[in-house]
Ligand binder design. Structure first.
Ligand code: G3P
Length: 219
């Protein structure tokens, strides 16, 4: 399972990329707004900066609600950077936009997916990746990771090539469970990436190795 960073924060992306474990970035209007990005122009320049740091797909979301607007935005975004994945929501207008954009060779990350049926529709429309939001399903009392497992199993059964991208990841267990469920990609907030790194036994082990070595008089 590949790891993407789910943020529009340039500093966090720079720090995350330095670890050598990040294969892409996902953004959305809420994440952009959280960084003070308030216009298409500033979104574009942030995305260009991200694209220079990350060797992999950068997901950029449309804000139109109608198919015509989504298609126009998607075509525009496709020209911003070398490897864009246009994020389109799992709505009727969204599926129409996905089918048009993918027929033009534009990669699409189908977002806000909450059911196997939406994942099936997106695959038929040509989605490059589908993003089930597991944290938001947990929020309403469901097991979000079950959706990952169900989509992966249906896609495998029907030899569908659309990637399953686990999104709305809130903690490290989500990431482990998404991997066990067969997700191809998980997009994680920077905070979760750092939590994935840390383990108290690693920290105490490193400290003990160093202390034991120092006791010998070596340094
Ligand atoms: O990847 C989608 C993500 O940004 C949404 O996460 O925590 O707002 O549900 P969240």
């Amino acid at each position: 399972m590949k790891l993407f960073l789910d943020t529009a924060n340039i500093g966090d992306i720079r720090n995350g990329v330095r670890l050598g474990v990040i294969s892409g970035v996902t953004t959305n209007p809420s994440l952009a707004a959280a960084e003070g990005i308030g216009s298409a122009e500033s979104y574009k320049s942030a995305v260009r900066e991200i694209s220079e740091m990350v060797d992999g797909p950068i997901s950029v979301e449309v804000v139109s609600l109608d198919a015509k607007g989504m298609i126009a935005e998607g075509r525009d975004i496709a020209g911003w950077i070398p490897n864009p994945w246009v994020k389109i929501p799992s709505t009727a207008d969204g599926f129409e936009a996905i089918s048009v954009l993918t027929s033009e060779g534009i990669n699409v990350n189908q977002t806000l997916c909450f059911s196997v049926n939406q994942a099936l529709l997106g695959a038929q429309a040509g989605s490059t990746a589908v993003s089930p939001f597991i944290g938001r399903l947990d929020d309403i009392g469901l097991q979000g990771v079950d959706l990952i497992r169900d989509i992966v199993s249906v896609y495998e059964k029907h030899k569908i090539e659309t990637k399953v991208l686990a999104a709305s990841i809130r903690h490290t267990l989500h990431c482990t469970l998404a991997a066990q469920a067969g997700a191809h990609i998980a997009t994680v907030p920077y905070k979760v990436l750092l939590q994935m790194v840390n383990h108290p036994l690693t920290d105490s082990g490193v400290a003990r190795f160093k202390a034991d070595w120092d006791k010998t008089g070596n340094s």
